[in-house]
Design a protein around this ligand. Structure first.
Ligand code: ARG
Length: 473
């Protein structure tokens, strides 16, 4: 048995202990390595190590000189990684062992003391949380931008009438602004959910060590403060084992993508020639290699498609967790790629959706024509009769007859002359056209809170603008 080598991490089988009598098989090495993807956690790993070392020194567990050595070594490592000079080694398995090995190479024994009172189990849980918190803070403003883009796209269209649908059948007229604001509400809830997820992400596992805590006099609150965590994970077993914070994030990502996907689906429909409600700026469209006339809404389609992979990541993470006994199991190494891809997909999608929404060109006439076609004001005629004292159920029946009559003639209710409308009910007067049968009259009537009346919609726009206004400072 050879004496302890200068850097045990130079030979990974010896990173564990002298217990191992043969090197790891090459296949196992490749199968278990994660450094090719988890190097993305490097900045978080270094920040976590520096906070840990600072606390170890403050508690007298390591010397001030060792602490200084660790700081110096880490500064160089951070600079090397930043510059793309750092040599990542598959044999060193993951980001944690790669950085620690290099630190020891640079500063000797001080590097070997860094891992005192720590395990990769609490280390990796800390790194993922730190990293994810940073990504959440970068995603939140993208969600705000998308909401802003929708509100600005809505602003000129409080009186632009389009058909509102149920069952994909023309139901009642709504304004285009009101329709877009529905998505603003959805994304506002997504923003709330994201802020809520952040609270549970932002807890410090470090100090849990491998699973049971540690016998060193660690000051976990100090590390939490240094790293900007809201507090520590209260139970060491829970701290190293659960990834529910990642699952919650993936659930947020899935719900947000579900909303993005619905909006995308509508953009695709609206842009098809059969609707023709909107056009998209050329820069968001692609052509066809065979059909010269085509301009395709590929971005919206891709956003809709990418929703599938984000749901997949949620399922993957849930399934990854469900069979694991306490505490840490290597299964958890599989949490990273789904998380990374979710973050990347959401960031790219939210950014491009905000831009694309700003590039929507509204075709008012087509929207109005479609709204006028489907007897969208039938409910208004019924309500008109109710206001003249007719019970609603009777009014409903009267209007059904009128619609049947108009349908047989291929015309709209508003095209029926007064005397023919009066055949269905004597209470119908010549005010019916302005009050009930025009699209604008129908919109104006829906003054209830949350309704599509232009006044209500303008109030909603103003409220959202105030809420989304960038705060000074
Ligand atoms: N690369 C590992 C992961 O991502 C780090 C923790 C490994 N811990 C262990 N005891 N094998 O989960």
């Amino acid at each position: 048995m050879s004496p302890t080598p200068t850097n045990p991490l130079d030979n990974k089988s010896q990173a564990w202990s002298a217990l191992f009598s043969e090197p790891m098989s090459a296949l196992v090495q490749r199968y278990t390595a994660s450094v090719h993807f988890d190097q993305r956690l490097a900045a978080a790993d270094i920040a976590g190590s520096l906070a840990h070392a600072e606390m170890l020194a403050a508690q007298g567990v390591i010397s001030a000189a060792d602490h200084a050595g660790i700081q110096r070594g880490m500064a160089q490592i951070a600079a090397d990684i930043e510059a793309g000079r750092f040599e990542w080694k598959l044999e060193l398995e993951d980001v944690h062992l790669n950085i620690e090995a290099r630190l020891t190479q640079l500063v000797g024994d001080a590097g070997k003391r860094l891992h005192t009172g720590r395990s990769r189990n609490d280390q990796v849980a800390t790194d993922v949380r730190l990293w994810l918190r940073g990504e959440i803070d970068a995603l939140a403003p993208l969600l705000t931008s998308l909401q802003r883009a929708l509100v600005e796209a809505a602003a000129p269209h409080a009186e632009t009438v389009m058909p509102g649908y149920t069952h994909m059948q023309v139901a009642q007229p709504v304004s285009f602004a009101h329709h877009l604001l529905a998505y603003v509400e959805m994304f506002a809830r997504d923003a709330e959910r994201l802020a809520d997820v952040r609270k549970r992400v932002n807890r410090l596992p470090l100090g849990a060590a491998a699973l049971a805590g540690t016998s060193y006099p660690l000051d976990r609150d100090r590390v939490a403060r240094t790293l900007g965590f809201d507090g520590v994970c209260a139970n060491s077993l829970d701290a190293v084992s659960d990834r529910d914070f990642a699952i919650e994030f993936a659930a947020w990502a899935s719900i947000t993508m579900m909303h993005v996907s619905r909006l995308s689906e509508e953009i695709v429909l609206w842009m098809s020639q059969n609707f023709g409600f909107i056009d998209l700026a050329d820069r968001y469209c692609t052509g066809s290699s065979i059909m010269p006339q085509k301009r395709n809404p590929d971005v919206a389609e891709l956003a809709r498609g990418k929703t599938g992979r984000v749901y997949g990541h949620l399922m993957g993470l849930l399934t990854l967790m469900k069979g694991q006994p306490l505490t840490y199991n290597k299964d958890n190494q599989e949490d990273k790629e789904p998380l990374f891809d979710s973050v990347d997909t959401l960031a790219a999608t939210l950014r491009i959706m905000a831009e694309m929404v700003a590039g929507i060109v509204v075709k008012r006439e087509a929207m109005a024509r479609a709204a006028a076609k489907g007897y969208a004001t039938a409910t208004d005629l019924a309500d008109y009769l109710v206001k003249k004292g007719v019970p609603f159920r009777d009014a409903h029946e009267v209007v059904a007859h009128a619609v049947k009559f108009a349908t047989a003639r291929g015309i709209d209710l508003a095209d029926l002359p007064l005397d023919s409308l009066q055949q269905f009910h004597a209470a119908i007067g010549d005010d019916v056209y302005a009050k009930a049968l025009t699209l604008q009259g129908s919109l104006n009537a829906r003054q209830v809170a949350g309704g599509t009346a232009p006044e209500r919609v303008r109030e909603a726009i103003a409220a959202h603008q105030a809420r989304l206004r960038p705060t000074a400072g």
